[in-house]
Design a protein around this ligand. Structure first.
Ligand SMILES: C[S@@+](CC[C@H](N)C(=O)[O-])C[C@H]1O[C@@H](n2cnc3c(N)ncnc32)[C@H](O)[C@@H]1O
Ligand code: SF4
Length: 341
């Protein structure tokens, strides 16, 4: 199928696709999905690998060049490397990456690499075992460190480490995390705590701002701003002036980047979602299972993207700055664990 590029109502093209391969997770991070029990997606409703690959091919035909697999925890989905191998075959996909909590990475890194995965983000918010247990509620630090080492050993490059910085919880570890990345050759991705979903206990005062992070890091390890990769990446990148690599900082709350957001999302149960803070998505799986043709599905994808006008984080920041009372729970957002972070 020839590529047909499409832009939304704010002239943003469609370039990225984040695919949630499962809403299940072996952790219960307090900032994401703290609940023991939840209304999980029925297994029969979860897209098969063949369905995911079919939709990914149609998205690629509309300009998607980058795919990231996420969840929930993607490595709890059995034989994920088989999906990686299928997605690797899709024409036009230049970057295929994975975001994981790392707990199962040591045992899967080799198969993922062999299937064609070269880029990986591992989430790690603290280097202190007690704190790690506290924030994940179910996880242990060491397997994640082992997973990072395994990813390095099999030659994944780049390896990025995502850390959500929460005021009063781990902001005191900012420099330790940065040093950890510099020491091991991992690119730290420092993320402002956001009000994703409805389950986290986010309040604005817990967001440790990008500006504060830059100031603290720059005082210890001088930085030079590089900008956003491809102009549209969530992170603003900085080089260490001493040549010891790079870090990225994602200021979703205090420096929103809606105007350059080119990312679509596909939930584990096949809903096409156009914003991380969306309340609903379009059920592509239902259409697919009713027998829709590639042409029909393509038209739906095109129309939804062409009508997209989302700018949730811009509006939130305008309201927070104006002090007009941003109320996170007034919006019944899809949980991040369902739509894929
Ligand atoms: C939802 S997770 C899914 C993938 C995988 N389970 C993991 O933890 O990497 C994707 C990313 O979202 C981040 N995240 C989750 N909740 C967040 C929040 N409230 N604010 C900022 N980032 C968040 C996680 O730290 C992780 O890096
Ligand atoms: S999906 Fe990722 S961030 Fe959310 S609870 Fe699981 S490990 Fe934590």
């Amino acid at each position: 199928m020839p590529a047909v590029n499409v832009s939304d109502t704010l002239q943003r093209p469609l370039h990225g696709l984040r695919i949630s391969v499962t809403d299940r997770c072996n952790f219960r991070c307090t900032y994401c999905m703290p609940f023991d029990e939840y209304q999980w997606v029925e297994r029969s409703e979860v897209l098969s690998f063949a369905e995911i690959a079919r939709l990914a091919r149609l998205f690629a035909a509309h300009g998607v060049t980058q795919i990231r697999l996420t969840g929930g925890e993607p490595l709890v989905r059995r034989e994920l490397s088989k999906l990686v191998a299928q997605l690797r075959e899709i024409e036009g996909i230049r970057s295929l990456s994975l975001t994981t909590n790392g707990a199962l990475l040591a045992e899967q890194a080799g198969a993922l690499r062999a299937a064609g995965l070269d880029r990986i983000n591992v989430s790690l918010d603290t280097l202190q075992p007690d704190r790690f247990r506290k924030i994940t509620q179910r996880g242990e630090l060491q397997p994640v460190l082992d997973g990072l080492a395994a990813a390095k050993a099999v030659g994944m490059d780049p390896i990025k480490v995502n850390a959500v910085i929460i005021r009063g919880f781990n902001d005191d570890e900012l420099l330790d995390l940065v040093e950890f990345g510099r020491h091991h050759g991992f690119e730290m991705r420092l993320i402002e705590y956001m009000d994703v979903g409805n389950a986290s206990g986010w309040t604005p005062d817990k967001t440790f701002s990008k500006r504060e992070m830059v100031d603290i890091i720059h005082a210890r390890f001088p930085l030079r701003e590089v900008g956003r990769a491809s102009g549209s990446a969530p992170a603003v990148d900085y080089d260490f002036i001493d040549g010891a690599g790079q870090i990225g900082i994602i200021g979703s709350v205090t420096e929103p980047f809606c105007s350059s957001c080119t990312r679509a999302r596909l939930t584990a149960d096949g809903k096409f979602v156009t914003c991380l803070f969306a309340e609903t998505g379009f059920d592509l799986k239902a259409k697919m299972r009713q027998g829709a043709s590639d042409e029909e599905l393509s038209e739906i994808i095109r129309n939804i993207w062409a009508n997209r006008g989302d700018r949730y984080s811009d509006i939130r920041w305008e309201q927070l700055k104006a002090g007009t009372g941003y109320e996170p729970r007034a919006h019944k957002k899809i949980e991040m664990i369902t739509l894929g972070g």
